[in-house]
Ligand binder design. Structure first.
Ligand code: AMP
Ligand code: MG
Length: 371
């Protein structure tokens, strides 16, 4: 299949009109949102929805999010909204928040993977909003990556995964937030975060009071996540990833990187600007490390995480070592993704020792204390 690529610099209305026409005809179009790029289909057309699963290689038991452009558009999709659901819509839409509500009959089974609930979001990105309005239907859209790879946050990353498989790609530049939407179940008495994302736990609590977080999100393999998609090892780069967390994470990462360099290992280092500057100040020329920094704070990490994981795939180091951040604010979402990318191979860098937080068979050079 030929994949159209619209740059949107000149005449965006015409491009969005063409893309909407393809959606109405049951084809797939990738489009930018404020979180990551989505792979869209007419959400009320079961045949079109099936194409999403085929293009991504997505397991059929992982339901999709329906994207709408106006609040009233949710009414035909659900049999009723709880008070919590209405409060969240009023406060956080349009934006990076998905709510899970009871589904209505008009929704194809493919969208909900057979569940009695449906996930709905109203994005704020102007291209997403214009596309949904022009198509005149809710747009079912997961992230526009091949299943298992990091989500795309620019149109080139979408093209890498989807060229030849879908009808078109709308290029709206880089996504601002960079991690997927927060998914909140509004059908339970206490609203529950099923996937942390761009709207933080603190923001939800300020509006609703008590909010729970699905305990399965910590990576305990004995617990079954309530969002079916959260059980898959998403976001994984090709090389194995090892993480340091805790108060001395930056120091232990710096020392481990120096040791790897002495041994001539080809290693990826994922860190912030401070650690990168420190390493570059002490490394010899022609060193063997691939040091990629996300910038300064958590918003930078959220914005660049997936792009950096994809960059590591191109650089092909033998392994990647990185550092975590605390779980306040956006930290909950980024650490959820980063820990998954690491397959939960995590060391805790305490003040006076390195402990294993989870995982096993760590390379020796990550564990030795500095002589
Ligand atoms: P994606 O669109 O790839 O970002 O993934 C959507 C996320 O929402 C996945 O983790 C799904 O499992 C989750 N999700 C979608 N619909 C539901 C639902 N009805 N109940 C619980 N989780 C859902
Ligand atoms: Mg996804």
């Amino acid at each position: 299949m030929e994949t159209k690529f619209w740059e949107l610099k000149k005449n965006p209305e015409a491009a969005i009109g063409e893309a909407a026409e393809l959606i109405r005809r049951g084809e797939l179009v990738a489009f930018p949102t404020e979180t990551v790029y989505g792979l869209g289909a007419d959400g009320l057309n079961g045949t079109a929805v099936e194409k999403i699963f085929a293009a991504k290689g997505r397991p059929g038991d992982n339901p999709l999010i329906l994207h709408i452009a106006d609040t009233e558009q949710i009414l035909p999709l659900t049999t009723g909204l709880s008070e919590n659901a209405r409060a969240l819509m009023d406060t956080f839409w349009p934006g990076p928040l998905t709510i899970v509500v009871p589904r209505s009959e008009i929704i194809p089974d493919g969208v909900t993977a057979g569940l009695e609930t449906v996930a709905v979001r109203m994005p704020s990105h102007p291209v997403a909003v214009a596309l949904i309005r022009a198509a005149g239907c809710p747009i079912a859209a997961p992230s526009a990556n091949v299943s298992g790879k990091p989500s795309p946050t620019n149109a080139q990353d979408v093209a890498e995964d989807m060229t030849g498989k879908i009808a078109g790609i709308l290029d709206g530049g880089n996504c601002g937030i960079g991690v997927e939407s927060t998914v909140v179940d509004t059908t339970s008495p206490v609203p529950t975060i099923l996937r942390p994302g761009g709207i933080t736990r603190e923001m939800l609590e300020e509006r609703l009071g008590v909010v729970e977080v699905d305990p399965a999100l910590n990576g305990d393999p004995a617990l079954r996540p309530k969002a079916p998609g959260m059980k898959y090892r998403h976001y994984a780069p090709k090389a194995p990833v090892y993480l340091y967390e805790g108060p001395r994470a930056a120091d232990r990462l710096t020392e481990a990187a120096m040791r790897a360099q002495k041994q001539g290992m080809h290693i990826g280092v994922l860190c912030d600007d401070r650690v990168k500057a420190r390493l570059e100040g002490s490394l010899r020329r022609g060193h063997t490390l691939e040091i990629l920094s996300w910038g300064e704070g958590k918003p930078d990490l959220a914005e660049h995480l997936y792009e950096l994981l994809r960059d590591f795939d191109r650089l092909a180091p033998e392994m990647i070592i990185g550092m975590g951040v605390d779980e306040k604010g956006l930290g909950l979402a980024v650490m959820n993704r980063l820990r998954k990318a690491a397959g939960y191979q995590i060391l805790l860098a305490e003040e006076d020792r390195i402990a294993v937080r989870s995982g096993k068979d760590f390379p020796e050079f990550l564990l030795v204390p500095e002589e």
